[in-house]
Design a protein around this ligand. Sequence first.
Ligand code: PLP
Length: 387
Amino acid sequence: MSSEVPFTDLAPMLGEVRASIESGWAGLLESGRFVGGPAVGEFEQAWAAYCGVPYAVGVGNGTDALVLTLRALGIGPGDEVVVPANTFVATAEAVVLAGATPRFADVDPQTLLLTAGQLEAAVTARTRAVIVVHLYGQMPDMDAIGRAADRFGLIVVEDAAQAHGATWGGRRAGSFGRAGCFSFYPAKNLGALGDAGAVVTADGDLAERIASLRDHGRTSSSHTHHGLVGTNSRLDALQAVVLTAKLGRLDAWTSARRTIAARYRAAFPPALAALVTEAPEANGVYHLAVARVRNRQMVRERLAARGIQTQIHYPIPCHQHPPYRHFQASPLPVTEGSAGEILSLPMFPHMSDAQVDRVCVAVNEVMAAPDAAALAATGHSAGWLAR
Ligand SMILES: *Cc1c(COP(=O)(O)O)cnc(C)c1O
């Protein structure tokens, strides 16, 4: 009972695929093809197929996946892109890096994800696109958002950096928008052993432009002709080998995450468990297990005293960081109100039954404390609770 329940543990995932990574790397060392080459092509094909789209373009990281997508779509200075304020900063950062202006939208109080209504409220005459973020591994109502985007003629881009394999109505994250952007940062559900990312799309011309932009604007037919001002953001072949090896295990790891989420949901106090509103169309991948409590600092400390590590994603909303403040004049009450209450509980595929039990017991003890009124669930939930 003395050992901590860590917030996450990536080592067992690597352990499962280590032998195939080592043999793949041995082949790569022989071939000398470290940039591009068959290892990258093989992963791109496998990832496109997994997402249910014809094309995947490997890039250096998830942020570049977003930036290169926006650039390839011709979105830049003078254009606005709606982003949910409740997201990792990279979503808004990518809009600014592309030269466009982020328009922050507030989120749904139950799911803390973008809604069609909040999207519509943020649209102006200059808005060209929306980046839908599948935060925590959960997809918002893609049907309603798609209809709203159509009504305003907006391009939909998905930030699926936390949602590898998540579905809405049986369709995978990344396959709804004009493009779906993924990060394979080590801690993501499908993680490399360093930085990596990809864009998936059904638009062959878009895929070609992104492939050119990631490689100094080279034309597909010639190594020495540069048709665009691009950049260097290629998917490393060493990482592609890792990703191909891990992809074979992704569904099993996702299903382990779903089992943990279901056990949390079943075990938690009625005040929290009563909040579960599972959208029948959604099947999340539980990148994070986010709960929402009133006196978060006290809850955190009491969980820590019981050996349960927690984190906060994210303590400061995107639009309140200094470089982004001038993009948002009015308050965004749901995002701002939830930022002080969200708490991410341990969630990783190889969490043991005993570790899950310890979290369940600890949360129940903490919430049942005599002063629990101060800790009580806020009447809203997020992440796993909302599904
Ligand atoms: C991780 C993440 C990104 C950025 O990915 P990097 O690979 O770190 O550049 C973008 N959006 C979201 C929602 C993320 O979680």
